[in-house]
Each structure stands twice: as C-alpha cells, then as structure tokens.
Design a protein around this ligand. Structure first.
Ligand SMILES: *[C@@H]1O[C@H](CO)[C@@H](O)[C@H](O)[C@H]1NC(C)=O
Ligand SMILES: *[C@@H]1O[C@H](CO)[C@@H](O)[C@H](O)[C@H]1NC(C)=O
Ligand SMILES: *[C@@H]1O[C@H](CO)[C@@H](O)[C@H](O)[C@H]1NC(C)=O
Ligand SMILES: *[C@@H]1O[C@H](CO)[C@@H](O)[C@H](O)[C@H]1NC(C)=O
Ligand SMILES: *[C@@H]1O[C@H](CO)[C@@H](O)[C@H](O)[C@H]1NC(C)=O
Ligand SMILES: *[C@@H]1O[C@H](CO)[C@@H](O)[C@H](O)[C@H]1NC(C)=O
Ligand SMILES: *[C@@H]1O[C@H](CO)[C@@H](O)[C@H](O)[C@H]1NC(C)=O
Ligand SMILES: *[C@@H]1O[C@H](CO)[C@@H](O)[C@H](O)[C@H]1NC(C)=O
Ligand SMILES: *[C@@H]1O[C@H](CO)[C@@H](O)[C@H](O)[C@H]1NC(C)=O
Length: 267
C-alpha cells in the first residue's frame, strides 16, 4: 500500500460517511428533545423516567407509570377504580395515599387497596389498616376505634383496626358483624395510638400514605443516560434509548464510534 493509495481511500471513506451518516446538528430526534423535559405538578418537581403523563409523552416512560396532574396541585396515579394522590417520588419508590380516603375515612368507593403488583411492591415499612363500615350499634362513641360518616354514605357506626393492635381479638370479634371491610396500607411511622384524638390520628395516618417500590426498572437505563440518551419506550418495546439522532435498543452510539468501527472493519 503506497501513501497515494492510502490518502485516496481516506477521501473515499470521508465521502462515504458524509453521505450515509445523518448530520448530527440538525433534525434532532423529537422524542429526545421531549423526553429531556421533566414534568412538574404542584409541589412535585422534576418528574422523569419511568413516569409520563401530562405533556410528557408515553414514549418517555414505562406504560404503567402514567400520572395525571390534578388541578396543577398534585399528581394522581390511577389503578383500576382507585385513584392515588402522589406525595413523593424517589428513584426507587413513590409515596401514595388513596384519594377517596383523603381528609375523610368515609369513602364512597369501598374497595380494598390494590396497585399494579407487576410493577409495584409495598415497601416493608407498612401496617395493614382495616376499616369497617356499617357496624352494629355496639360500635359507637364508647368504642375506642370508632368513626362516624355523614348520612351521605349512610354509615353512622364504623370502626378500624391496625393489624397488630393490642386487644385485637376482642375488638375484631365485635367488628366481625360490620357490613363492609376494606384494607389500606399505612406507614409504620403513623401508628395510631389510642387517645382522645383517635379519629384525627386515623386521618393523619391515611393522609401520610404508604410507599410502593418499583419492581423491575430496566437497569439498562443507566447505560442509556451515560451515553447521552433519554430512557423511554416505543409501541412495541418496553425499553428503548432515545438518542439525539434516533432510537437505539440500549444506548446511544456516537457518529465517531460508527465511523471508527466501520473503518477498522474495512481496512
Ligand atoms: C432532576 O433530576 C435529574 C435526574 O433525575 C437530575 O440530574 C437533576 O439534577 C434534577 N434537577 C433538579 C432541578 O432537581
Ligand atoms: C400492570 O402492569 C403491566 C406491566 O406494565 C401491564 O402489562 C398491565 O396492563 C398492568 N395492569 C393494569 C390492570 O393496568
Ligand atoms: C421525599 O423522600 C425523600 C427521600 O426519602 C425525602 O428526603 C424527602 O423529604 C421527601 N419529601 C417529601 C415532600 O416528603
Ligand atoms: C377486602 O379484603 C378482605 C380480605 O382481605 C375481604 O374480607 C373483604 O371482603 C374485601 N373487601 C371488599 C370490599 O372487597
Ligand atoms: C397485610 O395484609 C396482607 C393481606 O391480608 C398480608 O399478606 C400481609 O402480610 C400483611 N402485611 C403486614 C405488614 O401485616
Ligand atoms: C348492613 O347491610 C344490611 C343489608 O344490606 C342492611 O339491612 C343493614 O342496614 C346494614 N347495616 C348497617 C349498620 O348499615
Ligand atoms: C354503645 O356500645 C356499648 C358497648 O360497646 C353498649 O353497651 C351501648 O348500649 C351502646 N350504645 C348505644 C346507644 O347503642
Ligand atoms: C406492632 O408490631 C411492631 C413490631 O412487631 C411493634 O414494634 C409495635 O409496637 C406493634 N404495635 C402495636 C400497636 O402493637
Ligand atoms: C421500537 O424499538 C426497537 C428497538 O430500538 C426497534 O427495533 C423498533 O423498530 C421500534 N418499533 C417502533 C414501532 O418504533
């Protein structure tokens, strides 16, 4: 190989790449731009992958992590018939509280608490709270764990129990005759002690919410971010990496990397 041949092949190579490689400075891939913007809702700022919703497109997140912003006040996570108010979001978990039990234990939606267990786990720091509605007259003001609902929901005598409460057995026998029971996780730090403000303590516990951990976030997201991409999804794949010049399955390849690997391959 003489030097003349080398420089000629170099020029051909340059020409080759300048025609097949997309220019990197214009036509930035739209999902890359859109997914760079986090969304904000009320006091919760900087919501990003795996969450999407509002003006953050579905391709910027993971399917089951959709949030809606309620009146610009707080994000809402919805699962089946239940809505949850999102209180905090961290890298590995979010704190949520049932919206129907916010500021009142008198829900019109008497359903057990469920989230999408494929994607979320209750964190270890919770207690089961059981709410009993439509109880017999012996569950009244003289019963420590009593609360009353207005005529709208029709249940005057209602009670509750925290799963490992003292006197559990005697109280649960009385509460067995109530019409409806629902279970709600509460934070372990919100233990309801028996006091004259027991209904206030109950409400505080409900409003404090509980933590759910994300089960199976793709670890590959770290590599995508490192390579300058934004994690997301597309209509067929639950994970893709949005790069400034398009979409990749795992991470962004720089143009230089393409050229270098092709060059080594050809010569
Ligand atoms: C928002 O979150 C990203 C990563 O999740 C972080 O790099 C960035 O510093 C955060 N910005 C603010 C203003 O908190
Ligand atoms: C729960 O999450 C999985 C995984 O994202 C999803 O396929 C499924 O549709 C979700 N279930 C419901 C009821 O939303
Ligand atoms: C959200 O959680 C983080 C980490 O646990 C904590 O430092 C922060 O104070 C929490 N924010 C709110 C508003 O509870
Ligand atoms: C909630 O779950 C409990 C068992 O954990 C069950 O006894 C109760 O009937 C359920 N309540 C509703 C409203 O489905
Ligand atoms: C809460 O109740 C559920 C279902 O009844 C049970 O599987 C779980 O172990 C309980 N968790 C705690 C912390 O008591
Ligand atoms: C419980 O349900 C039964 C049958 O629906 C009803 O007749 C009764 O009034 C209810 N009890 C209370 C205390 O709401
Ligand atoms: C209230 O409950 C107690 C037992 O807990 C019972 O002795 C009393 O009769 C009840 N009062 C009414 C008005 O039902
Ligand atoms: C519930 O159980 C935990 C650990 O087993 C214990 O520390 C706590 O005091 C118990 N709470 C009540 C109200 O019995
Ligand atoms: C989804 O992403 C994969 C991996 O990047 C890609 O092969 C596929 O063509 C994309 N599908 C659609 C419909 O965009």
């Amino acid at each position: 190989m003489n030097s003349h041949y080398l420089s000629l092949s170099f020029i051909i190579t340059l020409f080759f790449f300048s025609t097949i490689l997309p220019p990197s400075h214009c036509n930035v891939y739209e999902p890359f731009v859109k997914c760079s913007r986090p969304f904000e809702c009320g006091s919760i700022k900087n919501i990003s992958y795996p969450f999407w919703g509002g003006d953050r497109s579905a391709y910027c997140g993971r399917k089951s992590f959709k949030l809606e912003c309620h009146n610009d006040e707080y994000p809402v996570y919805r699962f089946k018939e239940l809505e949850f108010r999102v209180l905090n979001i961290t890298r590995s978990s979010m704190t949520i509280a049932r919206l129907d039990l916010w500021d009142t234990p008198c829900s019109r939606n008497l359903l057990n608490t469920t989230v999408n267990y494929t994607e979320f786990n209750y964190a270890l720091n919770f207690h089961n709270l059981t709410l009993y509605y439509g109880c017999p007259p012996s569950v009244n003001r003289s019963f420590q764990n009593w609360f009353s609902c207005s005529s709208e929901t029709g249940n005057a005598n209602n009670g509750f129990l925290v799963d490992n409460e003292t006197f559990l057995s005697t109280k649960s026998q009385v509460l067995e005759n109530c019409n409806t029971t629902i279970k709600v996780p509460i934070s372990r730090t919100a233990l309801i002690s028996e006091s004259e403000f027991v209904d206030q303590a109950l409400q505080n516990a409900l409003n404090q919410g509980f933590d759910v951990q994300y089960r199976a976030l793709p670890i590959i997201c770290g590599g995508c971010v490192e390579s300058g991409g934004k994690c997301g999804s597309n209509s067929t794949y639950p994970f893709v990496c949005h790069c400034h010049d398009g979409e990749q399955p795992y991470l962004c390849l720089r143009n230089g990397m393409h050229a270098l690997s092709l060059f080594t391959f050809l010569y």
